[in-house]
Ligand binder design. Structure first.
Ligand SMILES: O=C([O-])C(=O)C[C@H](O)[C@@H](O)C(=O)[O-]
Ligand SMILES: [Mg+2]
Length: 429
């Protein structure tokens, strides 16, 4: 291997990974979720890895970007973003909201950023390997040795409708006792010390009961509830008042910045979001109206690790808290999240991660939580190794799929159990 950092090849590998039947306000997770693995190869023989959403619209954008990159330097991240900005987005494929709004608005820029983030991470991984420096050092060096994550609790079924997909041994969790049992397992197996419950699935009173049960079982643990905008402003205020003594924050109780601002002005519970502030242009109104007290960054749709640090600086400036959002993801993204989280001084809360729900990965060894934290790797690059056989198996699954699983559609998955299901309009309650 030489230090020639010219990009000679970019490989895109879409994969389907097993996902459990986790419930949310839109429906239920499909048995498999699509992710895209990006590999950037340098003339010096180094390969860097990145990961992002794998739905068709992301893949369609990734292809022209991948073709345009050879000949450029992995160090040229500004050039990478400028190039990505020129890639055409097919408006017909886009829709106005991401996954029924669960990741906020969908704009051409946000789609591009979600794609280019994986290329940025792959460039940083390659550069780190070439320089024998961890990614966090390329971002200005870590300010902490461990990054704390929160247990991400879901109401869920035992199996996917019709027994599709892989099964696991978690069992169903459709009531407060099931949620507490799930939390105990997360605490036992991973040491998580804070808990987030995905809400918007059952009537608010049932979800209040689940949070109360968690508070009784884990008296000192920070708790969060996230109904993904399923509630009206009055319902949001009522739930906030009911749970104000136990919630660390309430996440996206209602949709839209004005509604969030109204809830925030009428309750003492901090509000967090990964729905009404998901792009830089959404920040001014939200911060000026006090609509959110915590922004949940997501390096995929904020545009990578550098942009995540920019978001952190804006939040710091305005005294708004910062944490991290997560969707179904593999170890490459978890490693990237951990590196950037390690460099942000104002990371005020434990980050979300779906990773414990993913029984499959493309890494040779799984990343392991200890006391709810991941150690920040000091190995070159992201500090991970990709298992090519596993990657090939998960890619084969994607190739063999008839297209049903390649695009996330929680409402369609729900219709397998309830043929009349349509994703509820919000506010649902
Ligand atoms: O914090 C969030 O809003 C999420 O994690 C959004 C996701 O789409 C989550 O609801 C899910 O995967 O069902
Ligand atoms: Mg959320």
């Amino acid at each position: 291997m030489t230090a020639d950092l010219t990009i000679t090849d970019v490989r895109l590998t879409p994969v389907l990974v097993s996902d459990p039947p986790l419930l949310n306000t839109q429906g239920v997770h499909q048995p498999y979720a699509a992710r895209l693995i990006v590999e950037i190869v340098t003339a010096g023989g180094i390969t860097g890895f990145g990961e992002t959403y794998g739905d068709t619209k992301y893949l369609d954008l990734a292809r022209p970007l991948a073709e345009a990159l050879p000949g450029r330097q992995v160090t040229d991240l500004n050039g990478l973003f400028a190039l990505a900005a020129t890639v055409e987005v097919d408006a017909a494929r886009m829709g106005s909201a991401d996954v029924g709004g669960q990741r906020g608005v969908q704009t051409a820029d946000k789609l591009r950023l979600s794609v280019v983030s994986a290329f940025e991470v792959a460039c940083l991984d390659a550069l780190g390997k070439a320089r024998e420096l961890p990614v966090h050092a390329l971002l200005g060096h870590k300010v902490r040795d461990r990054v704390e994550y929160s247990a991400y609790l879901f109401h869920r079924w035992e199996q996917h409708p019709g027994g599709q997909g892989e099964s696991d041994d978690w069992g169903a969790a459709t009531d407060p006792a099931g949620i507490v049992a799930q939390a105990r397992r997360f605490a036992r197996d991973h040491g998580f010390r804070s808990f987030k419950l995905k809400g918007g699935v059952y009537e608010p009173a049932e979800e209040i009961a689940a949070v109360r049960a968690l508070a009784a079982a884990f008296p000192d643990a920070p708790l969060r509830l996230d109904p993904n905008g399923a509630w009206s402003v009055p319902t949001s205020i009522e739930v906030a008042e009911e749970l104000r003594d136990v919630l660390q924050y309430l996440e996206d109780p209602t949709t839209g910045t004005p509604g969030m601002a109204e809830v925030a002005s009428r309750t003492g519970v901090p509000l967090a979001t990964n729905m009404c502030v998901t792009t830089f242009p959404e920040i001014p109104e939200a911060f000026a109206t006090g609509a959110v007290q915590v922004v949940l960054s997501d390096h995929h749709y904020w545009g990578g690790l550098g942009r995540t640090r920019e978001l952190a600086a804006v939040c710091r400036t305005f005294g708004v808290g910062l944490s991290m959002h997560s969707n179904t993801h593999l170890g490459i993204s978890l490693a990237a999240m951990t590196h950037v989280a390690a460099t942000v001084p104002n990371l005020d809360y434990a980050c979300d991660s779906h990773y414990p729900w993913q029984s499959e990965d493309v890494l040779t060894g799984r990343l392991t939580f200890r006391d709810g934290c991941l150690d920040v790797s000091d190995a070159p690059g992201l500090g991970i190794e990709v298992d090519r056989d596993r990657l090939a198996v998960l890619h084969r699954r994607w190739l063999d799929d008839d297209g049903t699983m390649r695009d996330r559609d929680d409402a369609a998955a729900m219709r397998r159990a309830d043929p009349g299901w349509v994703a509820p309009s919000v506010p649902r309650w």
